[in-house]
Design a protein around this ligand. Structure first.
Ligand code: SF4
Ligand code: SF4
Length: 390
């Protein structure tokens, strides 16, 4: 077989980091990585993938965490005949100590291709490529050093949150503690798929939503504040003195016209109109801060297209206090999961079920009264943009 890989080589060129370079580095130690380069070159030539999805593989006591992958031409590429993927539950906010990472990756080099991805779209560390007989030893060795598998299949996928208060002054909730807490609480739902399909929980510390929860998670937790944002007039003066156009770039761009400049002072003139979009805070972070009565908005139903098109999530609870042990949130989530489990069809996400039977039925099932903040449209599709003059 021809070992030349001109198209893969092409991908190494240019100023950006290249995964091909990393694959070639790994190929010096791993026959699987060597074959993988050839597989990809062949896929480029034939414009067709060679990977077969699925197959029942896993580890004892778990139903998720491992994704079976097989190649359609094992005789040609024997070293990637089976090339299973493992998801490793990442710590909250993706903070690691390097010695702990080295321990983890030593296990992976011993039992797998050595290839990994930091991080998969769900948030986990992804170990790419091992065979069925290595799965249980990998699980046993990583759990012995304090790691665990993440979610896959019809279970609660590994919960994910932004770095929150660890590094960000905007955080209105402790995303790190919340994600750790619910990951521990819902271990059963994470490891033993009980649902009609996958379900995700993601938390962002403020409405900037750095983990894109509103576009991706069945349950999105978005930090917010109940009182009014805080404006420091000395800070505003500094912006004005530096020549910053507060009127043009901040006041005029507030989506609800809630701000006003009065005698050189920036005022939240219509606090009831502020929709907490973060624009003014992002633009003038040295002068404007979120309020002090902090909590989260809970939204339900984001997902990428499968049965129906892509959905953004809809507000279900406009404001909920988010303090340990997060009982109110957990009770709400369990009620929603029970209803979805009872009524959902196979591979139907909760948003699709809500779409099918109606938001009214969902709200009744979770004992929540309808409120005006539960705007359904135009949030239904994240790919619809509103453009002036169209
Ligand atoms: Fe900071 Fe908000 Fe982004 Fe979290 S979502 S990292 S709190 S800006
Ligand atoms: Fe306006 Fe958004 Fe600032 Fe509220 S947070 S005052 S809506 S720009």
């Amino acid at each position: 077989m021809d070992d030349k890989t001109p198209m893969m080589d092409e991908l190494e060129k240019g100023p950006w980091p290249s995964y091909v370079k990393e694959l070639k580095k790994a190929a010096k130690k791993s026959d699987a990585a060597k074959d993988l380069i050839k597989v990809q070159e062949r896929s480029f030539e034939e414009k067709m993938t060679m990977w077969k999805h699925g197959g029942i593989v896993g580890v004892a006591g778990y139903g998720g965490g491992v994704i079976g992958r097989y190649i359609s031409r094992p005789e040609e590429f024997p070293n990637v005949q089976a090339f299973h993927t493992l998801r490793i539950n990442h710590p909250s906010g993706w903070f690691y100590k390097t010695d702990r990472l080295r321990e983890l990756l030593d296990v992976w080099e011993k039992h797998g291709s050595g290839l990994c991805n930091f991080h998969g779209s769900t948030g986990d560390i992804i170990f790419l490529g091992t065979t069925s007989e290595h799965l249980q030893p990998i699980h046993d060795e990583i759990t012995a050093i304090g790691w665990d598998l993440g979610g896959s299949g019809s279970d609660l996928r590994t919960p994910t949150g932004c770095v929150g208060p660890a590094r960000c002054e905007y955080a209105c909730i402790d995303t790190l503690d919340f994600i750790y807490n619910i990951t521990m609480e819902f271990q059963n739902e994470l490891h033993r798929p009980p649902f009609p399909y996958k379900t995700k929980i993601k938390a962002s510390g403020c409405p900037n939503d750095c983990v894109a929860a509103i576009a991706r998670a069945d349950f999105s937790i978005i930090g917010t504040w109940h009182d009014n944002l805080r404006i420091d007039q000395d800070g505003v003066k500094e912006y004005l003195d530096s020549g910053f156009d507060v009127q043009g770039l901040v006041v005029n761009k507030c989506p609800t016209n809630a701000l006003e400049m009065v005698n050189g002072k920036l005022e939240l003139a219509w606090p009831e109109d502020c929709v907490r979009c973060m624009h003014c805070i992002n633009m003038m972070s040295k002068a404007i801060r979120p309020g002090v009565d902090k909590g989260a908005t809970i939204l339900v139903g984001a997902k990428a297209p499968v049965i129906h098109g892509a959905c953004l999530s809809s507000v279900i609870i406009p404001f909920m206090k988010m303090e340990p042990p997060y009982t109110e949130f957990k009770e709400l989530w369990l009620k929603a999961m029970d209803w979805w489990d009872e009524n959902g069809r196979t591979r139907e996400r909760i948003s699709e079920l809500i779409d099918r039977v109606g938001m009214r039925m969902f709200l009744r099932a979770i004992d929540v009264e309808p409120v005006p903040q539960m705007v359904y449209r135009p949030r239904a599709n994240p790919y619809v943009f509103f453009d002036k003059g169209v």
